[in-house]
Design a protein around this ligand. Structure first.
Ligand SMILES: [Zn+2]
Length: 416
């Protein structure tokens, strides 16, 4: 029963997500497309702006009220962190429900470019959700009146069943009936058996969903592989990936957000935080507690050695020393913090902030978005993804962790 398709048709005039057209699917890696929403059109691949990243921005600029002049991301993603306790508190419809709505509205008010996606991020151990649980998550998003694409979490983690279908179908129906100008978006965790992910995708596709979001969490390899095999050539579904760690691992400082569009994801969003380390908790606490001013100069030097800034020209998170060694003192970014200043200036500016994650976040979001929309997109257009990656020193240094990215052409040669 394609119930959802019928609902979409009935609500077509007011639907937020008007058209998804992936015009070009690279034989090697990646998709190029156009997403048409009620709040504007944008090209893919691109990257969303998280509300958590926006909050960092406002911590840095307390006098500012909105960020639309500083970022150019085509959509905002608002994450709501939930666990069993928080869900039951929402259900009591006490102050918690109202507080959450206020905070969603507040985040939305600061950025007005394109649609707002809501990502209900459940704690890893929440494996199944009842209809009542899902209903309150839907009501929260709908009642906030600022969400365009509302997240419906997977009610059955780890298995595919009729229950999954029934709960999901009723949730989507409830959403579009009660809030006709909101589009329901399934959020599927990727730490499930590949076959389960594939069956869920096939069912959602048959229902007519124009957007599916996937969540990177824990070991997501099998799930990612299932997405690639099932959706890489599908032209009318917006394939979104969220919760990506900015940096692969602490000792493998490659920016992962920038690699995922080559896995056939149209849009990507990151986890909160800025990646790349930097906040050396121990030294900070030490400096605060001991407050020995004569220690400060050496403390600052140590901090500088550890702070890692995202460098789009290498796709890595580099310390000041590493950056200068590779690129000299000219910055590779034109964000509000890098514009017209040297790499020395950038690190100097960090000292003005109590939490150096603030400027690092602002810079990273800006820089990584530009990189995806610019050079990465061009490489997909020209089928030069391998050359693109080979021009990125950090990726090459750690290519043993990403063999599938560096040698996509080998598969083709074998096929030939
Ligand atoms: Zn920058």
């Amino acid at each position: 029963m394609r119930l959802f398709k019928a609902l979409i048709r009935r609500n077509l005039g007011i639907m937020v997500l008007k058209d998804v057209k992936i015009s070009d699917i690279s034989e090697i890696r990646g998709r190029l497309g156009r997403i048409d929403t009620k709040k504007g059109q944008f090209k893919t691949p691109t990257r969303g702006l998280m509300n958590t990243e926006l909050r960092k921005f406002f911590q840095a600029n307390r006098t500012l009220r909105e960020a639309s002049d500083f970022f150019d991301n085509p959509f905002l993603e608002i994450v709501i962190d939930l666990d069993r306790f928080k869900i039951s508190k929402l259900q009591s419809k006490s102050g918690n429900f109202e507080n959450k709505i206020r905070s969603i509205k507040k985040d939305k008010a600061t950025y007005d470019k394109g649609p707002v996606i809501c990502f209900p991020r459940l704690k890893k151990e929440v494996l199944s959700l009842s209809e009542t649980d899902i209903n309150v998550i839907i009501e929260l998003q709908g009642d906030s009146q600022v969400i365009d694409l509302a997240g419906i979490p997977d009610p059955r983690h780890g298995n595919y069943s009729v229950e999954f279908e029934n709960i999901f179908r009723r949730a989507a129906k409830k959403l579009v009936t009660r809030y006709p100008d909101i589009y329901p978006v399934p959020f599927i965790r990727l730490d499930q058996d590949g076959d389960v992910v594939k069956r869920k995708i096939n069912w959602l596709q048959a229902q007519g969903f124009k957007m599916i979001s996937f969540i990177i969490i824990g070991d997501s390899k099998a799930g990612e592989f299932a997405v690639r095999n099932t959706l890489s050539e599908v032209e009318d579904i917006w394939v979104h990936l969220t919760n990506i760690n900015k940096q692969f691992k602490k000792d493998v400082p490659v920016g992962v957000v920038n690699l995922k569009p080559l896995d056939y994801f149209d849009t990507v969003s990151s986890r909160k935080g800025y990646g790349g380390g930097g906040k050396t908790g121990e030294s900070d606490r030490f400096a605060e507690v001991v407050n020995l001013t004569e220690w400060i100069p050496s403390f600052v030097t140590t901090k500088e050695d550890k702070v890692k800034r995202f460098a789009c020209s290498t796709l890595g998170f580099l310390t000041k020393k590493e950056y200068i060694m590779r690129k000299g003192k000219q910055p590779d970014c034109s964000c509000p913090l890098c514009k017209g200043s040297s790499i020395d200036d950038f690190y100097d500016k960090l000292r003005l902030f109590k939490d150096e994650g603030i400027p690092l976040t602002v810079h990273e979001v800006f820089s990584s978005t530009n990189e995806i929309e610019g050079p990465l997109t061009t490489s997909i257009k020209k089928d030069l993804q391998e050359d693109y990656l080979r021009s990125k020193p950090t990726v090459i240094e750690f290519q043993k962790y990403f063999p599938e990215y560096i040698t996509p052409k080998i598969k083709q040669l074998n096929d030939y």
